[in-house]
Design a protein around this ligand. Structure first.
Ligand SMILES: [Zn+2]
Length: 422
């Protein structure tokens, strides 16, 4: 492939620049004002003054459940419990084609929103593991366009649903990137701890990722985050471990929370917060004032814990909205975490770029600098804060030097004769 230059884009530092790409990499980043004559064979893409960022990373989504909301019934209570019950009916009818078709529709939406790295859970409580196998096929087939990781997720528990342990092991043999657990969903606290130990034992053997659904409840007594961090240290899996949701941590008493912060930080694990679904699902059993079940993002980040924000569900029995726009999740987090200051903008965007990349184990070659892989988004805004305020679709999405999605800039045409608008 001949060279490709992305011209007139604003770097996060605010400088109008050109990004030179050769094959799949960024070879140079130069100020647009210092542009030299380009070889005629060089392909040019005009970024029109848009903001360039590394492509977004969705660190927690369920591509097997997407677009199934309302197919048996709509979740009327809005609770996790009703969601699990509705999904257990719908999953009886899963077929390979059904999972592939729905997942592909949402992957296209995600790419259109600038997401080129995805970690999806696949519920393996189904004895045939239909969803997992279908997603592993897509992982291979789509590798050039999008990086897809698949986590074997035991939605019905590991101790409560004993067949899941063997299926998790089989999933790792089939090519799953990691295994999960849902300790707060097990029958007892002791079973929850046992489920975590099983999950870590399997991951340790396979040297795989661990992605725990952790304390997704408003119960301040739910304390599986400490076990997740302790087991991460004990097994040495450390940064390969992620705890998602951690809703209960919003209700912990202060001395315990401060102790926990230190433990999480020293364990090296990641925390993924899903503000769209949790703001809707948590607090359903509260009277007023209602808790919103959002982990303490700001405190965790200040303590040096890599926090990622994820979109999670798209039109599922658990959450009846969602469109794949990660900036929507960041916007929600900015409100719920009281992160609306100008100094909060950069850390918020880190949650869907650097920190989320770290969840997926992407360490090198991620970014907008020379030597990085050319995985980029150009947003039609000229500053970081407007990315969150306006949450637009990217003008261009670039996968390893190649434009894979283009959304023209939306312009409103006014017909108000008496008002002069330009
Ligand atoms: Zn989820």
């Amino acid at each position: 492939m001949e060279g490709h230059v992305l011209q007139n884009v604003v770097l996060p530092s605010g400088q109008l620049s050109d990004i030179y790409m050769e094959k799949n990499k960024i070879t140079a980043v130069r100020l647009s004002s210092e542009r030299e004559k380009l070889a005629p064979s060089m392909r040019k893409t005009d970024g029109k003054g848009g903001l360039v960022l590394p492509a977004f990373v969705e660190s927690h989504i369920h591509l097997d459940t997407v677009l199934t909301a309302g197919q048996s019934a709509w979740n009327a209570s809005g609770t996790l419990l009703e969601g699990i019950s509705l999904w257990s009916q719908r999953k009886q009818n899963l077929t390979r084609e059904d999972v592939r078709d729905r997942a592909m529709k949402v992957i296209r939406e995600l790419i259109g929103h600038g997401v080129l790295f995805i970690r999806s859970h696949a519920d393996i409580s189904d004895p045939k593991m239909t969803a997992l196998k279908a997603l592993l096929e897509l992982k291979v087939e789509l590798a050039e366009i999008v990086t897809l990781q698949v986590i074997a997720f035991p939605q019905d528990g590991i101790i409560t649903c004993p067949g899941n342990k063997d299926r998790m092991e089989e999933a790792l043999r089939l090519g799953a990137d990691g295994v999960g657990a849902i300790p707060h969903g097990e029958r007892t606290r002791e079973d929850g701890i046992a489920s975590l130990k099983t999950c870590f034992e399997l991951a340790k053997k396979a040297n795989s990722f661990v992605h725990v659904f952790c304390d997704e409840t408003d119960d301040p007594e739910s304390r599986f985050l400490e076990w997740t961090a302790a087991l991460a240290m004990e097994t040495g899996l450390c940064e390969k471990v992620t705890a998602s949701h951690c809703s209960a941590s919003a209700y912990y008493n202060e001395p315990y929370f401060q102790k926990l912060l230190g433990l999480i930080e020293s364990s090296g694990i990641h925390v993924v917060v899903c503000p769209l679904i949790n703001s809707s699902m948590q607090g359903r059993f509260d009277s007023y004032p209602k808790g919103r079940g959002i982990a303490r993002i700001q405190d965790m980040m200040r303590a040096g814990i890599p926090v990622a924000i994820a979109h999670d569900d798209v039109l599922t029995p658990f959450y009846s909205y969602g469109d794949g726009n990660l900036l929507q999740a960041v916007h929600m987090a900015a409100h719920l975490a009281h992160m609306t200051g100008r100094d909060d903008v950069r850390p918020l965007l880190d949650t869907i770029t650097q920190h989320a990349a770290s969840v997926l184990g992407i360490k090198e070659g991620y970014g907008v600098s020379e030597g990085c892989l050319a995985n980029l988004v150009v947003l039609p805004v000229d500053c970081l804060a407007d990315a969150i305020r306006l949450r637009p679709k990217p003008l261009y999405v670039i996968r390893e030097g190649r434009v894979v999605a283009h959304t023209p800039i939306l312009m409103t045409e006014f017909s108000l004769d008496s008002i002069s608008i330009y």
